[in-house]
Design a protein around this ligand. Structure first.
Ligand code: SAM
Length: 221
């Protein structure tokens, strides 16, 4: 069985990452320091990070919300897509993850562009809706998989019309042999597929196995 479960995927991943998503020192260091701090190795892949960057640029994002910071690896990719004066708010449950991310972002020279907020993401997002914060151009969902439907509903309210909502790990559960066909991620995919205010698709992403990102354009108000 090939490393990625699909013949040819390993070579495809190497090709794409070498050409479009080479990791520089701050990205490699962020992963190294996250591992040293005991964080799990569950950051997006380099091609996933690059996809986020491409989407942020396509959306001309000035305000980005990330749900699930870990050690700040995807935040580095996203924050680098922001123009001068742009801002990324990233939500993280665990203080030690947030502290590691803070250090990684500062070392990558992105400290001023990124705010890491600690606490349960659903609560933080509800508060943002209630406080009528300015709309985000892109929301990236990558935290508790059971909470994905809630994140999506709140992300819809927090995103401007024409903006993007992206959710990681949208495909793994759906195609893993024997995996239960229920759960937050699959429910989130179904909501996105049927939502009249969203135009959505899952884009397969090469990483540690078969997975993909749900990408939604908000067409509703
Ligand atoms: C898959 S990791 C995020 C990876 C990160 N986006 C990256 O690619 O570098 C998921 C993160 O979400 C955080 N998390 C889990 N449940 C959460 C919750 N209810 N609220 C906020 N963050 C949560 C975890 O602590 C973990 O750091």
């Amino acid at each position: 069985m090939p490393k990625h479960g699909v013949p040819g995927w390993g070579a495809a991943q190497s090709y794409i990452e070498a050409l479009f998503a080479p990791q520089d020192v701050p990205l490699k260091d962020a992963l190294r320091r996250s591992a040293r701090a005991g964080l799990p190795p569950i950051a997006v892949s380099p091609s996933g990070g690059r996809l986020l960057q491409v989407l942020a640029r396509a959306a001309r994002a000035r305000r980005i919300l990330e749900v699930g910071t870990l050690g700040g690896y995807s935040a580095i990719w996203l924050a680098r897509a922001l123009p001068r004066g742009g801002r990324l708010v990233s939500l993280e449950l665990h203080q030690e993850h947030a502290d590691t991310a803070r250090r990684n972002l500062d070392r990558a020279g992105l400290g001023k562009r990124v705010e890491v907020r600690t606490g349960p993401a659903l609560q933080a997002m509800r508060r943002m809706v209630r406080d009528r914060v300015p709309a985000f151009d892109l929301v990236f969902i990558d935290a508790d998989k059971d909470e994905y439907p809630g994140y999506l509903r709140l992300a819809y309210r927090l995103t401007r019309s024409g903006g993007l909502i992206v959710a990681d790990n949208a495909l793994r559960r759906a195609v893993s042999p024997g995996a239960p066909k229920r759960g937050g991620v699959l429910e989130c995919n179904r909501i996105a597929a049927r939502h009249t205010g969203l135009v959505s698709i899952i884009v397969p992403v090469l990483g540690k196995g078969v997975d993909g990102m749900l990408v939604c354009v908000k067409t509703g108000r």
